[in-house]
Design a protein around this ligand. Structure first.
Ligand code: SF4
Length: 319
């Protein structure tokens, strides 16, 4: 957990987070018993890894060091991260490499579609690094990826998890016009924690982004998530729920923050499972169609099953 050099990509010993190298270590408490994950060593995991590598793709599962990778990849559920493996932001919680990304790969949309076809996925989640260096923030590349997926896998439903497109006028409209089934943008934390957790972002811009998706195309499901254990107060989590509901967001995820390295933000607290259950109950009373709250909840965890439940919840409302 202490390593701040790159152990994921083919170029070893490159600092993944140059901006964090000289920071003092931030020590987190030991993990409690309820944070238990399956080791990634099954046949299904190996098959998924082969398809990902053969298509030259990047996954957030690996780059973010997701604790669910053993479980998800065993079921061939991988979440592709498009537009490279290097992010232009430097969030305090995230293990994705920081720096200036390379040029976009024009063939990536087809490779994502091909890998999705080979994995046989009924529901795919596509995310990306932040591309503040691009004039449109990567919006057109997202749209091309959605179109390539529709062409190659016409029955697969598509969920995208996007950056905030801050100061990229018109970018959101390009992505929404491509008609993903689910538009997810994570708030990540409560507004008071933004300066130290997500300093390059703006809370109300992210809320407004989600609201705009619904205004432009009410058929698209909207989704957002936060991590807990970053020093937030309970009343702040409840306020985030209200803010998301005022933006008509359908689906809320809440998971425990885990520290990728000692140079990242410390875990301030491991929230016990019964507190997650409490958040889930309150969120339903506030009107979300779907809520997933547990220590190992992540945006894309069980996304396919959750999408089916989301559709059923909307259908039940309209009866
Ligand atoms: S929860 Fe999401 S990011 Fe984590 S392994 Fe599963 S699909 Fe990948």
């Amino acid at each position: 957990m202490v390593v701040v050099v790159d152990t994921v990509s083919a170029t070893p010993l490159r600092p993944r987070h140059p901006e964090k190298v000289n920071r003092p270590d931030a020590l987190s408490p030991p993990k409690p018993d309820w944070i238990r994950v399956r080791a990634p060593n099954t046949r299904g995991y190996a098959d998924t890894r082969k398809i990902v590598k053969e298509n030259g793709l990047v996954t957030v599962c690996e780059e973010a060091g997701c604790p669910n990778i053993g479980e998800c990849w065993d079921k061939k559920h991988a979440t592709f991260m498009i537009m490279g493996d290097t992010c232009t932001r430097a969030c305090a919680f995230c293990n994705v490499k920081t720096g200036m990304p390379g040029a976009l790969d024009a063939l990536e949309p087809e490779h994502v579609a091909e890998a999705t076809f080979k994995l046989g996925l009924a529901h795919i989640v596509i995310t990306s690094v932040d591309r503040d260096d691009l004039a449109d923030g990567g919006a057109e590349h997202f749209a091309q990826t959605i179109r390539a997926l529709r062409a190659r896998c016409p029955t697969t439903t598509i969920e995208i998890l996007t950056p905030d497109f801050l100061r990229k006028d018109g970018a959101l409209e390009v992505v929404v016009a491509a008609k993903p089934d689910v538009f997810n943008h994570n708030l990540e934390t409560v507004p008071s924690r933004y300066p130290s957790v997500r300093p390059g972002a703006r809370y109300f811009h992210s809320i407004r982004l989600l609201q705009r998706v619904k205004e432009i195309d009410p058929a698209i499901f909207t989704k957002s998530g936060i991590m807990v254990g970053l020093g937030e107060e309970r009343h702040e989590v409840l306020q985030v729920m209200d803010d998301l509901r005022s933006a008509d967001v359908d689906f809320l995820t809440i998971g425990q923050y885990l520290q990728p390295t000692r140079k990242h933000h410390a875990v301030m607290r491991y929230v016990p499972p019964d507190e997650f259950s409490g958040y889930e109950k309150v969120a339903y009373t506030k009107g979300f169609l779907m809520v997933s709250a547990s220590p190992l909840t992540r945006s894309s965890h069980h996304a396919g099953d959750d999408f089916a439940r989301l559709q059923a919840a909307r259908a039940a409302l309209s009866r």
